[in-house]
Ligand binder design. Structure first.
Ligand code: KG4
Ligand code: ZN
Length: 334
């Protein structure tokens, strides 16, 4: 059987990324051009700046990926691209680049959901075993997703307000830490002590939904009240206490859902999967269980195109093809 090569493009937020994935599981090229430095001084991603950078970078990054793989478009079987969700202007750059490339070289085109990509990043490391549960935690998402087979996604819990990464970034801003705040807080948390009892939103009995806006407000109020009373909390302790609350809720709900749905694997995906506190707690929880915990290496946790290629391979084999009318969809559902 001959090998299958998919060239994948991801431009949903602030990384211009192109990868070439072999048979859905092997990385032959992985290029990520990050724009973080351009957005840092604004304290977050500025959509207009993101789109402009994608336009400048996309052809360079495509060429770089082909060069890394020592391939031409003749060797590629299909072109895949993130069609949503994300920033509409940013998505459009990737979608149009993918359409142009596929059309010019007469290759099939595949649209991929960004979150399916985050989940499938794990398949570059280990084969899936169903049923599996995926905790997707990023700047825009906090979801528990049950998969009974390839390409099928059932959302069993999701955030009712802020995403976990969003809460990290907002609390970081309150602590005057640079964007993106997640890695900064994670690092500080390991130098501090859990000295403040921040709330944990468990919600109704049996619910796998999340809520982080109350926690975020509690951090802001605590710091504000302390300032008025002339008390100072060490930023390390605020970070440690905030992280303890987030990680407690994420890990506990994931554990309960994994048991309830009797899954074989638990997969952690998205930018917040890079969090050391979360990785440690989940590893401990599943250590004595007949459930395999998969957490991708750091480089595959944050946005990249390798994960889009991995998800696209399944869609390709299942016969899914996008038409030339494929469009960026900022609120695409799984
Ligand atoms: O998946 P991602 O790269 O982009 C989105 O699709 O949103 O996730 C980015 C998010 C940001 O909110 C960032 O602060 C968070 O992931 N993040 C972390 C860590 N590394 C990245 N949050 C907590 N701890 C980390 N180590
Ligand atoms: Zn993402």
């Amino acid at each position: 059987k001959r090998d299958e090569y998919i060239l994948a493009i991801e431009t949903s937020c602030d990384e211009t990324a192109v990868a070439i994935v072999q048979n859905g599981t092997e990385l032959v090229a992985n290029v990520v051009a990050s724009q973080i430095d351009s957005h840092k001084r604004f304290g977050g991603v500025v959509p207009e700046i993101a789109s402009r950078h994608h336009v400048e970078q996309i052809t360079i990054v495509i060429e770089e990926a082909l060069k890394q793989a020592e391939m031409t478009m003749d060797d590629v079987d299909a072109v895949a691209v993130t069609e949503g969700p994300g920033l509409v202007g940013a998505l459009l750059i990737g979608v149009n680049a993918a359409k142009a490339l596929a059309f010019a070289h007469q290759k099939p085109l595949i649209g991929v959901h960004h979150i399916a990509g985050h989940i499938y990043a794990n398949r570059l490391e280990e084969e899936f075993q169903f049923p599996l549960l995926s905790l997707v935690v990023s700047g825009g998402h906090t979801e528990l997703i049950l998969m009974k087979e390839h390409g099928s996604f059932e959302v069993i819990g999701e955030t009712r307000d802020d995403a976990a990464g969003e809460a990290y970034d907002k609390v970081a801003r309150t602590l005057h830490l640079p964007y993106p705040g997640g890695p900064q807080i994670d690092q500080l948390a390991h130098q501090g002590e859990v000295s403040i009892d921040f709330p944990r939103a468990w919600l109704e009995e049996g619910s796998f939904d999340f809520s982080f806006s109350g926690l975020k407000s509690s951090v802001i109020n605590t710091l504000h009240n302390a300032k008025q009373k002339g008390i100072t909390h060490k930023p390390e302790d605020v970070a440690a206490s905030f992280q303890a609350s987030v990680v407690d809720v994420l890990a506990t709900k994931t554990y309960k859902a994994a048991k309830q749905y009797n899954v074989k694997q638990v997969i952690v995906a998205g930018g917040v999967a890079a969090n050391k506190g979360l990785r440690t707690k989940l590893t401990k929880q599943f250590a004595n269980e007949a459930i395999t915990l998969l957490i991708p290496p750091l480089a595959l946790c944050t946005d990249n195109a390798a994960m889009i290629g991995a998800a696209a391979s399944i869609a390709y084999q299942q016969g899914h093809r996008a038409g030339w009318d494929l469009n960026g969809n900022p609120s695409l559902t799984l």
